[in-house]
Design a binder for this molecule. Structure first.
Ligand code: ADP
Ligand code: F6P
Length: 482
């Protein structure tokens, strides 16, 4: 790979969230690393590829002087902020993206469409299009990410044309794309899909999402989809493919070598001597199946009284989208269930559940992954789930077992190396946990080696480079098959 730098094509990444989020602390603006799968995967690309990253800084900055300061500090990291008024950002991010679109993409029913957030969604996509079209050079590759910006490819193509510029546009979705019937629930579905179809190349995480998208284009827009991996719509040919997103495994193995992490691992091992550790790391989101996880763990404790004080679940629930009521309600519900589980199963010797509702530093995260015998991931739907990859990267020594919901995108690739289960079935989850804790060492090793091979072969760098290479090829030789 290397055509991007060889040809001196500029690469522009666009996502709603920048890799750095800005906050105001005691009146001063400060930035810190953003969390989430998108930032993890794109950050893994920075080692090999140079790009500018456009996005929303996460906060309103009114004063022009402050804006300049924030802009300067972000630009030092190649991050270009697109400033938005707080009410517009709120309606776009919380209102439409997270309260309406996100649940539809994850097969949640009962979503109520509302015109005001939809208009804000359109407006933000327009503001992004204006900013990027203004700053992009003709010939640049523009790679747009995720459901917050589905209208952007169409708006951007338009605005670039008005300015006499021509750029290749790629789009990657980091969530599932639901089956057509479900997608039809959304009254503005056509606009969103037409927006995406103005791209030259569209990437999905799994074959299932890709096929759902192709089927939806055929049934909803009457687009031509007979040629594999291509969609013909309004005289344009769009390439569609699966690109397996991953992590930078070295970042995790390097962290485990650090003396302070080694020390932390030693102290955690000492603390949990004679106790099997199960770890879970999830954003606090409905799709992660956290309610189901706690209830399944409760069932497991009920089923196995002989394991009292011998198993602990350490669950990190990273705060997420805290301005959305559904997320606030979920947090309250989880606290109640966690309290009940410990009320029922705790003894003077210890509590079986450690529920942490906060973000933990990276080195603490890798130490936790490393000492855990099992990683339990219970997504009810999930674009990929990179935590599964990260756990594997930290398990070189222990060969820990991954217990993975069949509804995580990662299950499309990792089922052979993990223990799969249905997250809504408490009995299945309880059995899966028990089997994981009791897997014989040879089978554990075989499963682990399968997973390690997959994680090392499908890195974030490979994902990004492959996508960019295909996008670049697409504009050099548009007729070529995808
Ligand atoms: P999602 O994209 O839905 O958040 P993923 O499992 O794909 O789910 O990705 C979550 C990412 O967030 C992982 O890379 C994980 O390491 C990262 N993460 C978890 N906790 C933190 C944290 N405290 N700070 C930064 N990143 C975090
Ligand atoms: O996985 C989907 C996703 O939207 C990612 O794009 C993002 O990294 C993650 O969820 C966290 O979302 P947010 O940007 O709302 O914190």
């Amino acid at each position: 790979m290397g055509s991007i730098t060889d040809e001196k094509r500029n690469l522009i990444i666009v996502s709603n969230r920048l890799p750095l989020s800005v906050k105001q602390v005691d009146g001063a603006y400060q930035s810190s690393l953003s969390s989430g799968g998108l930032v993890t995967s794109l950050s893994g690309l920075t080692k090999s590829t140079k790009f500018q990253w456009f996005g929303w800084p996460g906060i309103e900055v009114k004063d022009p002087k402050d804006r300049e300061d924030v802009q300067r500090s972000l630009e030092a990291h190649n991050a270009i902020p697109i400033f938005l008024d707080s009410s517009l950002a709120h309606e776009h991010y919380n209102g439409f993206s997270n309260r309406i679109l996100w649940p539809v993409l994850h097969y949640q029913s009962g979503v109520v469409f509302d015109e005001t957030p939809w208009q804000a969604y359109r407006r933000v996509n327009e503001l992004f299009a204006d900013a990027i079209a203004e700053s992009a050079d003709s010939g640049s590759l523009i790679w747009v990410h995720d459901y917050h910006l589905m209208l952007l490819p169409e708006l951007l193509r338009d605005r670039l044309k008005q300015r006499g510029k021509s750029c290749a546009i790629g789009f990657s979705l980091h969530t599932p794309f639901p089956a057509g019937d479900f997608w039809r629930n959304l009254p503005v579905r056509k606009h969103l899909i037409e927006g995406m179809l103005s791209s030259d190349l569209i990437g999905f995480h799994t074959d299932e999402y890709k096929q759902n998208f192709i089927d939806t284009c055929a049934s909803l827009l009457n687009a031509r989809t007979e040629i594999p991996n291509q969609i013909q719509y309004k005289n344009r040919l769009v390439c569609i493919n699966k690109f397996i997103v991953g992590i930078d495994p070295e970042k995790f193995t390097d962290s485990l070598q650090k003396p302070d992490v080694q020390e932390r691992i030693r102290s955690l091992k000492e603390r949990y001597k004679g106790v099997k550790v199960i770890v879970g790391v999830d954003r606090l989101d409905h799709i992660k199946g956290l309610t189901q996880k706690l209830k399944g763990f409760d069932a497991f404790l009920d089923d196995h009284p002989e394991l009292q004080n011998k198993v602990v679940l350490i669950q990190v629930a990273v705060p997420s989208r805290e301005d959305v009521k559904e997320y606030q309600d979920l947090e309250t519900e989880l606290c109640t269930i966690a309290g009940k589980i410990n009320g029922k199963h705790a003894t003077p010797e210890g509590t079986p559940l450690l529920y942490m509702h906060r973000s933990v530093p990276f080195n603490e995260l890798t130490a936790l992954y490393s000492v855990a015998d099992v990683c339990l991931l219970t997504s009810t739907r999930d674009g990929m789930n990179l935590v599964a990859f990260e756990y594997v990267a930290c398990q070189e020594e222990r060969h820990g077992v991954l217990v993975l919901s069949e509804f995580a995108g990662a299950a499309s690739f990792m089922t052979n190396g993990s223990i799969p289960f249905h997250p809504a079935n408490k009995t299945e989850m309880s059995e899966a946990i028990f089997n994981a804790l009791n897997l014989d060492p040879a089978e554990r090793k075989a499963k682990y080696e399968y997973l390690r091979g997959f994680v090392n072969a499908n890195t974030s760098a490979k994902w990004g480079e492959t996508f960019i290479e295909k996008l670049s090829l697409r504009c050099r030789r548009p007729g070529e098959s995808c």
